[in-house]
Design a protein around this ligand. Structure first.
Ligand SMILES: Cc1cc2nc3c(=O)[nH]c(=O)nc-3n(C[C@H](O)[C@H](O)[C@H](O)COP(=O)(O)OP(=O)(O)OC[C@H]3O[C@@H](n4cnc5c(N)ncnc54)[C@H](O)[C@@H]3O)c2cc1C
Length: 454
């Protein structure tokens, strides 16, 4: 039998985990990865902490180098190579070496599209202006940090209050910038109001000025190296740095041009084995849909663990081991200054849209025993189904002990436990870590009572 070849487009979380898994399972398979950037296998999630100064070197965010993959794993990695076209009928891709402009063809038996996502830039925001940045790859983080250092930047405007905008509010603030955050309608639109309000308070406490209801109409180069930001209402702000954090969209254009079906929010449509509308072409990570366990259908929620998990599923399937992606719950956590915000499952509106008869139950508790120092309030919002007493979603915010508790909720929801069962869980207790009745147990108990009526 001829040696089979896998070509991977994109060398980060999905691309490299799929390539590694395939090679482990099928050492005989030839694997070639094309990455248009300067890095493979990097921790994009760490960039706000590089900009803040908590992570010292950009290279610290690189997990493995192309050489590691070549020498230790037998995976060929072509850096600075952009795939320009997929020709499914011929099982070929057209690849351009960016430095020389040379274009060549590469054949494949199996193809993985792992092109990730790209920032959405609203009209009016000119990212070609010096001082206006998006943040996606490590070079972006390098440029931002360098710009701040070289020009001694002390103020900035962040456009958008999604999790990247919020993490960067902390990152840039720690780097010494006085910040204004432009919020079109609401801070983190996927958060329930009770949790979003806590985020707003934290930002204000840290001196971030919020402009709610503000959209950018136009940006232009202003005097003294500052950017002029004209808002839709006519008001004009001036700042030496603008960070655009208005969300991402799947980088699926290449797939679309090749005739592959696109699905939710323009992400590449995939089945549970991550196969696209052509079975020899796989797609996963931020460029693709992900199966949502609670909705029972695909959704688009681009996150790092999803990418890594899907990468392994792709690797197994390419190696001939049939495996389905078990799915996501939409579990996510982020930190903004001293606050941790986390969620799993569906929000109230999402659950209602899915046709569920749900109530929202808000429970306040403390992270530690009352007498033990360092305890902080925790707010838990449970979206519970009337009658069945099933939890469909949970959101939490607090300064202590939130991240591990959302994982308890995620595990419980994943296992299909009812609120009655969750309130009876045998969780660990000692005063420095929780009250006797952990906030998870307290919230499950209250939510179970409030969702009793059918
Ligand atoms: C600032 C920031 C913070 C984040 N924090 C978190 C967090 O805390 N938790 C979390 O879960 N997620 C977080 N994420 C999201 C997480 O980084 C992504 O979900 C993850 O990187 C997705 O991996 P991927 O491999 O699908 O895509 P990507 O990481 O986007 O990689 C895609 C790669 O494909 C390459 N590529 C694209 N097109 C081509 C082409 N035509 N030819 C060749 N190469 C190509 C790109 O250069 C890129 O390297 C964060 C993201 C950012 C930007």
């Amino acid at each position: 039998m001829d040696q089979q070849k896998l070509v991977v487009i994109g060398g980060d979380a999905v691309g490299m985990s799929a390539a590694s898994r395939t090679k482990r399972r099928r050492p005989d398979m030839e694997i070639e990865v094309f990455e248009m950037g300067e890095y493979v296998s990097y921790g994009a999630c760490g960039m706000p902490y590089y900009i803040s100064g908590q992570v010292r070197e950009l290279e610290d965010l690189v997990v493995l180098t192309p050489r590691d993959f070549e020498e230790k794993r037998g995976i060929r990695v072509q850096m600075g190579h952009r795939v320009e076209e997929i020709r499914p009928e011929q099982r070929k891709v057209l690849v351009k070496e960016i430095a020389t402009g040379r274009v060549r063809e590469a054949d494949y038996d199996k193809l993985l599209i792992a092109t990730g996502a790209e920032p959405v830039v609203p009209p009016g925001l000119d990212v070609s202006l010096p001082g206006v940045f998006t943040l996606r790859g490590l070079p972006d983080a390098g440029r931002i940090k360098d710009y701040i250092g070289r020009r001694k930047i002390d103020a900035g405007v962040i456009v958008g209050a999604g999790y990247i905008g919020l993490e960067m509010a902390e990152g840039l603030s720690r780097a010494g910038l006085k910040l204004t955050l432009l919020v079109r309608s609401k801070v983190m639109s996927s958060l329930e109001e009770e949790v979003a309000q806590i985020v707003v308070k934290e930002l204000e406490r840290e001196g971030v000025k919020l402009e709610v209801g503000a959209s950018v109409a136009e940006t232009a180069a202003g005097e003294g190296g500052r950017i002029e930001i004209r808002l839709t209402g006519g008001r004009v702000l001036h700042a030496p740095l603008v960070l655009v954090g208005t969300g991402v969209r799947p980088r699926s254009e290449l797939a679309g041009r090749a005739g592959l079906t696109l699905g939710v929010k323009g992400a590449i449509k995939v089945d549970r084995r991550q196969r696209t509308s052509r079975p020899e072409i796989f797609a996963a990570g931020d460029c693709a849909e992900a199966y949502h366990r609670l909705l029972g259908r695909n959704a688009y929620l681009p996150l790092a663990l999803t990418a890594n998990r899907q990468g392994r599923v792709v690797g197994d399937n390419i190696a001939g081991i049939e495996r389905e992606f078990p799915g996501i719950l939409g579990t996510a956590v982020f930190k903004v200054f001293d606050l941790t915000v986390a969620r799993t499952g569906l929000g109230l509106a999402e659950a209602r849209e899915a046709g569920l008869d749900v109530v929202k139950v808000v429970v306040d508790s403390a992270s530690r025993a009352g007498y033990y120092p360092g305890g902080e309030p925790i707010k838990t919002v449970v979206v519970a189904e009337r009658g069945t007493k099933k939890a469909w979603g949970v959101q939490m915010a607090g300064r202590d002990g939130v991240a591990h508790r959302i994982n308890t909720w995620a595990a419980a929801i994943s296992a299909g436990l009812s609120l009655e069962e969750i309130k009876d869980l045998d969780l660990a207790y000692t005063p420095p870590y929780s009250p006797v009745w952990d906030p998870v147990l307290q919230a499950a108990d209250v939510a179970s009572k409030h969702s009793a009526q059918g």
